[in-house]
Design a protein around this ligand. Structure first.
Ligand code: SAM
Length: 381
């Protein structure tokens, strides 16, 4: 059985997605009623009841995976073997997974550090973190070998101070959003499905993308489009978006797609190329701004020396140039200043096979660093 086969067996139902059983029958004996949908096959995220219940429909989910798609409600770990090779986790290690997500990397790290190891995990997403923790606990490792905390990794030093005061042996950050977040229209990340224009990884905190658009002036929006997504015509795109916003507030993902696509139709010489590429850039730029992703990454990069034990190993997986530039520079500076004894010379990319099997791996770039034994920094300095 491959690693996904084993994982499928211990996955949980997403109870919030299903209709409750009737009051007259014993709830525990009846499978949840499947959602109603038009046509022969479910097309929308919440209708895909088989994919949301991989324990019950393992064969159907395996078929979806084999076709190169990510089943609804699941995330496939990117560059898993390469990350394990860089990090070389061993029994007894303390490991920090800053971006728990679906737990695909965490699951393998947890297995590799048994017996005696401890896996610390953080994630900002309150919706997915409980499901993932339940799946990991279902694997049957000792209770105290897993500690999951909902928090932003920007503040991870305090978590490590409390749980592993000497620092950790291994650290992983797999940046960006999970497939569960992107694919669920209700989370408002996707330009493919209509939903509220939200994009918050933690929907209970901060400002949604719709509220952010309502606050921004042209220059600020242009800066976001340029810095977060390398938009080639940031000011012109910002003008088009805010002009539409002034007529009718943009509150849904579909409305934002329509505004960007209309700009491409109206000014084909200015916005040359595919409007889908332009839409992707606008969505990426707003998502990064809404979640202050680059601010959190910079804070993490500043704190790593205080998190890793001497000789500890770190891997960071990025998905766009703005992130990778920051990681590359921080690693280079850390090597020069003696914080790291070695860093990856080149980025590691997904193999053609992985890119074919999981298109989301195409833009992934992996870098790693090893903490030097000197200088001796105390955590919390
Ligand atoms: C690409 S997914 C990680 C997937 C995971 N490695 C797996 O195998 O399932 C990124 C996750 O990081 C979380 N995340 C992003 N930025 C974060 C931050 N600043 N602090 C904590 N979690 C963050 C997201 O909520 C998301 O769940």
């Amino acid at each position: 059985m491959n690693c996904w086969g084993g994982w499928l067996l211990c996955m949980t139902v997403r109870p919030a997605d299903w209709q409750k059983p009737s009051m007259t029958e014993p709830a525990s004996d009846r499978p949840p009623r499947r959602p109603r949908y038009r046509g022969k096959n479910p097309r929308h995220f919440h209708e895909k009841y088989k994919e949301h219940q991989p324990d019950r429909y393992a064969a159907d989910v395996a078929k979806v995976l084999a076709s190169g798609k990510t089943p609804a409600g699941m995330h496939r770990p990117v560059l898993l073997n390469e990350i394990l090779a860089c990090l070389a986790p061993k029994p007894g290690d303390v490991v920090l997974d800053c971006t728990l997500g679906y737990g695909g990397h965490a699951r393998e790290l947890l297995a590799a550090i048994q017996p005696g190891g401890k896996l610390l995990c953080t994630d900002v997403d309150p919706v997915e973190i409980a499901r993932t923790e339940a799946r990991l606990r279902g694997l049957g490792y000792p209770d105290d070998s897993l500690i999951v905390r909902r928090m932003n990794f920007a503040g991870v030093v305090k978590f490590i101070e409390a749980e592993s005061p000497g620092g950790v042996d291994v650290m992983l950050a797999d940046l960006g959003v999970s497939s569960m977040q992107i694919d669920d229209p209700a989370r408002g990340f996707s330009f493919k499905f209509d939903g509220p224009l939200d994009m918050r990884m933690n929907p209970g905190r901060g400002t949604s993308a719709a509220a952010l658009l309502a606050q921004l002036d042209e220059d600020s929006l242009a800066r976001i489009l340029s810095e977060n997504a390398d938009e080639p015509h940031p000011l012109e795109m910002a003008q088009q978006i805010l002009l539409a916003q002034s007529h009718d507030p943009i509150t849904t993902t579909r409305a934002l797609v329509d505004v960007v696509s209309a700009a491409y139709d109206r000014y084909p010489r200015q916005f040359a190329g595919s409007s889908e590429v332009g839409v992707r850039r606008v969505f990426q730029a707003l998502r990064i701004a809404v979640n202050d992703e680059l601010g959190a990454l910079s804070a993490l990069l500043r704190n790593i020396a205080y998190c890793l034990k001497p000789g500890g190993r770190l891997a960071i997986l990025t998905f766009h140039s703005g992130e990778d530039r920051r990681v590359k520079l921080a690693f280079k500076e850390g090597l020069q200043s003696g914080i790291y004894s070695s860093i990856s010379e080149e980025v590691i990319r997904a193999s053609p096979e992985e890119q074919r099997a999981n298109p989301r791996s195409c833009s992934a770039k992996l870098r790693f660093a090893i903490r030097a034994f000197e200088p001796d920094l105390d955590i919390g300095d």
